[in-house]
Design a protein around this ligand. Sequence first.
Ligand code: FE
Length: 361
Amino acid sequence: MKKLMSMIMVVAMIFVFVGCGQNNTASETVTEEATETATEETTEEQVVNIYTDRHYDTDQALYDTFTEETGIQVNVVKAKSDELLERLKIEGEETEADLVVTSDVGRLYRAQNEGLIKPFSSELIKSNVPENLRSTEDFWTALTVRARVIAYAKDRVNPEDLSTYEALTEPEWAGKVVIRSSSNIYNQSLMASFIALNGEEAAKEWAMGIVNNMARTPEGNDRDQMKAVVGGVGDVAIVNTYYVGKLLNSSDEYEVEVGNKIGVFFPNQETNGTHINISGAGLTAHGKNSDNAEKLVEFLTSEKAQSDYASVNYEYPVNLAVEPSELLQSWGEFQVQEIDLALLGKHNADAVRLMNEAGWK
Ligand code: FE
């Protein structure tokens, strides 16, 4: 029933490819006829069609540069990753999408398992991206890396009192932890990493401990958690690093203030490392412009694009030739959680179930 509902929702949703530089407000439902015409035109005029769940301005700027350099038009459909995968499934061989981009490796893993993506063959991509950030057989590749860290109130928390994700379940943090909901994919992947590393039982215990120590019922996004910390709702939050960068560079004065009052702590440095996730891309199994899609991924993993991801969106580069931005470097180097990223996808369903069982809203 749930599946049927989600299929109906997907079909009912209005999906349109938004062309480069085109105004979003001009978007309208594409009729079947119009879609066909667009397909005809596009195969002639060099395009690549992307389904993406990334919601950052950097991406469009990079696509624009790619178009300038290659003449290949980039068309984008933005939606939540689950909806995009569902749509790919429904469209099958008819899909117009050439590349799927998601901000979580779990979804790429699922896309691979369900036969929705096919391997890259580009040697350039393989040389741009280290092996541990690509899937076995190159079904997907990372485009950026993000770390999920402890953000703390600088005026109230001594970083020496912080150590691990696990330690946040101790009684001293009772009523002091703020974190977003368990429906959030970043938390699901964090939980999946604990299942992979410590087993289901320990992972569930961790989730129960966090629920116990929550300062409030989860609400809002990562930035809202940091605002809650600065506002005194809690003392520590678990957030993705680039959101600290976004606060510090916000046009909103209050957000800059919040950013300045937040410290970044990389947990589990003495144990199994700080959890990372990726944004990544895969060629759709039935894309008509796979060559162009590969060219785009070559570009996105190139030094130029990678330094933009790092300096404009505060994400860690996957291309080792590129240094993290100054801000990222100011937080220091850290030991990365060493697990096969595919396991975050493999354990996703169990992560969701266990968080539910733990009472994590
Ligand atoms: Fe995000």
